[in-house]
Design a protein around this ligand. Structure first.
Ligand code: COA
Length: 410
């Protein structure tokens, strides 16, 4: 658009950051990082060259009017391998400059950079459900916010000696990274945390970084997992327990951590977030003890390179078919032969195999972590298969050994 030609788009430099922090806080109704530790941590996790900003030279002070950037992250994919990916984040356009194509220009530049860097996938957490499909991202993972009724009882009897204990933050950080890695080995979609992400996690719990009505974070450790929660005293009376994370590498650790969390005394409510597929309700004597209060999309995935992405994960069954992918935004579209044998995919350009599956690149992103059923997408007219049998087979290949989970909201 004509007005955008006079905007300046470029990578960030150090001097841009006070405005970047302020613009992000303004857009999302949060506080800009208040102290040097938080600022240094954020800066450590995002390099200037991974940020694109827009400035308006026609206005006094050439204000920053748009920004988009990415974390360099890795996540577990089905089968347990780790995949590096750009995690799109801190996306905002000034309210004074919306709907003039600034977001489109920022993302076009970032996608070109990801393409040049050879990333097979990109991912994000979306603020709204209608923005990112046009940029090639499909909703891939989902979660439920739940309220847990008082004093739940587990069907599995408690062990004679509980392995769960409270820990200090110092004790927690000695063991949590290894437990988290083991959790990512089991569940696909988990975003891994390096030292700076763990530092951020701990910084988040300083009294200066949380509301004064929220108590210290509580840490529970088990040999195969951990859980964290806060007690909130926003309303008069008993506090509310807010479960922050349950990271369990075994079913037993999941059971024993939830045994403690679902029967806390002297709390008015217990709330938390469960990845879709979490078995908690089936472990309770009363499965209605877990009430879903909200259901939403978490991770959105864009496939940037179909063969590269599909080769990185493993599959639940054999398949040999033509996959026709429509990619109006990027360069990943085309006709591929998808040959899956013994859990491994070989993807070659051009048709081959038996029958044909067709879908948009966003739908392939939705399927990638096994969190979306291809039959639902077909019923919605998004995936088309040349026969019902092929659709059933195609739906089966994505199934994963354990349900996907995301780990971190970025
Ligand atoms: C979302 C936001 C970044 C859009 O920026 P923008 O510069 O106004 O977007 P653009 O003008 O480049 O729009 C690009 C396309 O996205 C569409 N779009 C933009 N924002 C949209 C929204 N909130 N809902 C639906 N569609 C949207 C536009 O209609 C346009 O579509 P088209 O090109 O197919 O016609 C901006 O509104 C914003 O900062 N919102 C608050 C923060 C936020 O939600 N950020 C996203 C974080 S994940």
């Amino acid at each position: 658009m004509a007005s955008e030609h006079r905007l300046q788009f470029r990578h960030a430099v150090d001097d841009d950051w006070p405005e970047i922090f302020a613009a992000d806080a303004r857009a999302f109704g949060s506080d800009a990082p208040r102290d040097d530790a938080l600022k240094a941590n954020e800066r450590g996790r995002i390099a200037n060259e991974d940020v694109v900003i827009a400035r308006d030279p026609a206005l006094p002070g050439e204000p920053l009017v748009g920004q988009a950037m990415y974390y360099r992250l890795a996540m577990s994919v089905p089968g347990g391998a780790r995949l590096d990916f750009p995690g799109l984040t801190w996306v905002s356009v000034a309210a004074t400059h919306r709907r003039r194509g600034i977001l489109r220009e920022l993302l076009t530049r970032l996608r070109a950079k990801w393409h040049a860097e050879g990333h097979p996938i990109a991912a994000l957490w979306a603020s709204e459900g209608t923005i990112y499909g046009r940029f090639g991202f499909g909703p891939a993972l989902f979660a439920d916010d739940v309220r847990i009724d008082d004093r739940q009882e587990m069907r599995i009897p408690a062990p004679k000696q509980s392995q769960v204990r409270y820990a200090t933050a110092d004790q927690f950080i000695q063991v949590a990274p290894a437990l988290y890695e083991r959790w990512a080995d089991v569940h696909p979609g988990v975003m891994l945390r390096d030292e700076l992400w763990w530092e951020d996690y701990l910084l988040d719990d300083r009294p200066s970084a949380r509301p004064f009505t929220t108590g210290d974070r509580q840490y529970l450790l088990h040999p195969d997992g951990y859980a964290t929660y806060h007690l909130d005293s926003t309303a008069p009376g008993l506090p509310a327990a807010r479960i922050e994370e349950v990271v369990a590498a075994t079913d037993e650790a999941h059971t024993e951590l939830w045994r403690v969390l679902s029967s806390l005394d002297l709390v008015v409510t217990t709330t938390g977030t469960l990845p879709v597929g979490d078995p908690l309700r089936f472990k309770l004597v009363d499965l209605r003890g877990v009430k879903v209060v909200d259901h939403y999309d978490t991770l959105w995935v864009a496939i940037l390179d179909v063969p590269g992405a599909l080769r990185a994960r493993t599959y639940a069954r054999d398949l040999d078919t033509t996959l026709v992918v429509d990619d109006p935004v990027g360069e990943a579209g085309g006709s591929y032969r998808l040959h899956i044998a013994d859990g491994t995919a070989t993807v070659t350009e051009g048709p081959g195999g038996t029958g044909e599956i067709a879908c948009a690149i966003t739908d392939l992103g939705s399927l990638y972590f096994g969190g979306v059923d291809a039959r639902s997408l077909a019923a919605a007219g998004r995936v088309r298969a040349s026969s019902p049998e092929l659709l059933t087979a195609f739906a089966d290949v994505w199934r994963t050994a354990a349900h996907p989970a995301t780990g971190v909201d970025f």
